[in-house]
Design a protein. Structure first.
Length: 187
C-alpha cells in the first residue's frame, strides 16, 4: 500500500504498532549560511513552525513535536544526529551518504518554532553540498519522520529520524547565501 505525500509516492509501513508513512517536511524560511572558525559551512534557521498550516497542508502542534526533541538532543550531544544529501528510501541513516551533522535544535517561544543549526561535513556528500552552496545553488533541509497525517491535517509524529539536505523541488527550507559568504570563499 502507498500514500501520496507532497506528490511523492511513499510506502505505508507498519511500525510503532501502527501504519505509518514517511513524512518529508518542508518549511519556507531561509536558512542563513556562515563559516565557522575552522572553515566549515554552518546553516541556521527555522525547521518547524507550530499551530499553522504549512505548504504541505499539514499542521504541527507544539505538544506533539517538542517531546521528540529530547531524544534528538541526546544524539546531538553525542555528535550523532547526522543527515544525508537527499532523502533515502528508508528510515535508517546511511553513514556513506552523510552530508552534515545537526548541532542544535532549539524551541523558540516568541516565534513558536524550532530553530536548527547544521554543520556541513567533509564527506563525499558534504563536499557535494558545499560545492552546490558555493556555486550559488539553492538547497533545502527537510525533516525525515514517521507518523500519520490525520483528517484535520494535524500530524501525529511517531519518530523524527533526522533532517536531510534535499533539492528545492520539494520546496523545503531554502538556504540563502549572504554576499559576505560569496566573497569570503575566495579569500
Amino acid at each position: 500500500m502507498t500514500s501520496t505525500i507532497t506528490d511523492i509516492k511513499v510506502p505505508t509501513l507498519t511500525a510503532f504498532g501502527q501504519d505509518v508513512i514517511f513524512i518529508l517536511e518542508k518549511a519556507n524560511t531561509p536558512l542563513n549560511v556562515s563559516k565557522a572558525s575552522d572553515g566549515s559551512i554552518m546553516l541556521e534557521g527555522t525547521c518547524a513552525v507550530f499551530g499553522q498550516e504549512n505548504e504541505n497542508h499539514r499542521v504541527y502542534e507544539k505538544q506533539e513535536y517538542l517531546p521528540h526533541l529530547s531524544y534528538l538532543t541526546e544524539k546531538i550531544k553525542k555528535g550523532q544526529l547526522f543527515g544525508e544529501l537527499d532523502h533515502p528510501q528508508s528510515f535508517d541513516i546511511s553513514l556513506k551518504n552523510v552530508s552534515h551533522v545537526v548541532e542544535s535544535l532549539i524551541y523558540d517561544e516568541p516565534t513558536n518554532s524550532v530553530k536548527i543549526r547544521l554543520r556541513v561535513l567533509d564527506t563525499p556528500s558534504g563536499r557535494i553540498a558545499k560545492t552546490l552552496i558555493e556555486s550559488g545553488c539553492v538547497v533545502s533541509v527537510s525533516s525525515r519522520a514517521a507518523g500519520q497525517v490525520l483528517e484535520n491535517k494535524k500530524v501525529k509524529l511517531h519518530r523524527i529520524f533526522t533532517y536531510d539536505r534535499v533539492i528545492p523541488s520539494l520546496r523545503n527550507v531554502r538556504i540563502k547565501l549572504h554576499n559576505a559568504f560569496r566573497i569570503s570563499r575566495f579569500n
